[in-house]
Design a protein around this ligand. Structure first.
Ligand code: PLP
Length: 380
């Protein structure tokens, strides 16, 4: 089956008891047992709930995976992956990470004796220099947030296999429609389902998809033991959102391209980050590993003044000034003070997150209105 068909049908069949075409919201915490231990596959909803099971199956199919696990947030899913490790273990990760991931690594797990190396992964050979006998995992994001670096997943997978490291990829920015890391050799794919997969800015959720049975057993154990599992209503909302993922992504990409090309010629724009430009440093890799280039665009302003960025962000009328991304509506965000405020200034500036940097999540509105909005704000 092709992607759009899976998005609508995978994991979902008419309900056997009533024939309901849509997966019911099984709003129950516990399940009847005929005699102790004798149940119909469901005992207690932290471990398993039928609405969530349908969603986990659907997500796994979209990523070409055997297994899916849904969490109550993207962070909850990252937390579970890190808990595969033991004190003293080392992780190699990128120098341009989602702010919350950076915060969890440095402010939570560093206290448990885990060591994180934040390195430039644009050239994967760089990874080799940081591998020690303690290295257990490579954690990467591509495209990165917010400077849209592209990391070569296949090249990282070769290095991970050579050294028997777990390769985990945060695939939030691409969505399973644009990129499937498992097919490129990754071991675990992570999603903030909150973003493109949910797609309507009304649910917080995370997910992991993977093929390895042993790794799945360990993660499912952590999932149930630590308990960051989502409820049935949220699972239903995401199942509903996924049905249009392929259509939404097509429009995000189309609108993203038109807006990136408009910004490219604007005299007030300094740096512009979008992987679809032929002069993007890793454009060839983006072309190789992604179906299209997505609707995430970042740019800085000439003069690099925070007040200019603030003025622009506040004067947008169709774009909403808010954190998050991947919903049907267009958003604008000031990473340095919003999504990436927890990263020290020197580090974030090194990664290109300067005072005037703004990030757009281009929605699926009529692009004429989005262009007019940017024009009125930039030319004011
Ligand atoms: C939002 C986000 C997360 C965290 O997900 P939540 O659902 O907000 O917990 C992780 N990685 C990336 C790239 C994100 O954009």
């Amino acid at each position: 089956m092709k992607f759009g068909t899976k998005a609508i049908h995978a994991g979902q069949e008419p309900d056997p008891t009533t024939g309901a075409v849509m997966t019911p919201i099984y709003q129950t915490s516990t399940f009847w047992q005929a005699s102790p231990g004798k149940h119909q596959g469901y005992a207690y909803a932290r471990g398993k709930n039928p609405t969530r099971s349908a969603l986990e199956k659907c997500l796994a199919e979209l990523e070409g995976a055997k297994y899916g696990l849904c969490f109550s947030s993207g962070m909850g899913s990252i937390d579970a992956v890190v808990k595969l490790l033991r004190p003293g273990d080392e992780v190699i990760t990128g120098d341009d990470l989602y702010g919350g991931t950076y915060r969890m690594f440095t402010k939570v797990f560093a206290h448990f004796g885990l060591v994180f190396h934040f390195i430039d992964m644009k050239n994967p050979e760089n990874i080799r220099k940081h591998i020690t006998s303690k290295t257990k995992m490579i954690w990467l994001e591509t495209p990165t947030n917010p400077t849209m670096q592209i990391i070569d997943i296949e090249a990282c997978a070769v290095i991970a296999k050579e050294h028997k490291l777990i390769l985990a990829v945060d695939n939030t920015f691409a969505s399973p429609y644009l990129q499937n890391p498992l097919a490129l050799g990754a071991d675990i794919v992570m999603h903030s389902v909150t973003k493109y997969i949910g797609g309507h800015s009304d649910v917080i959720m995370g997910a992991l998809c993977l093929n390895d049975e042993k790794l799945y057993t360990e993660l499912a154990f952590i999932h149930n033991s630590c308990g960051a599992t989502p409820g049935p209503m949220d699972s239903f909302l995401v199942l509903r959102g996924i049905k249009t993922l392929h259509l939404r992504m097509e429009r995000h990409c189309l609108n993203g391209r038109i807006i990136a090309e408009y910004l490219k010629t604007h005299p007030k724009i300094d740096k512009l980050y979008w992987p679809g430009f032929p002069d993007h440093p890793n454009h060839a890799i983006a072309k190789k590993q992604m179906r299209d280039f997505g609707g995430m665009i970042s740019f800085s302003l000439k003069g690099n003044k925070q007040e200019d960025a603030f003025r622009l962000a506040s004067s947008m009328k169709v774009f909403t000034l808010a954190e998050s991304l991947g919903g049907v509506e267009s958003l604008i965000n000031h990473p340095a003070t919003m999504t990436h405020a927890s990263i020290p200034k020197a580090e974030r500036e090194h990664a290109g997150v300067t005072d005037s940097l703004l990030r757009l999540s281009v929605g699926i509105e009529d692009v004429t209105d989005l262009l007019a909005d940017l024009k009125q704000a930039l030319d004011a």
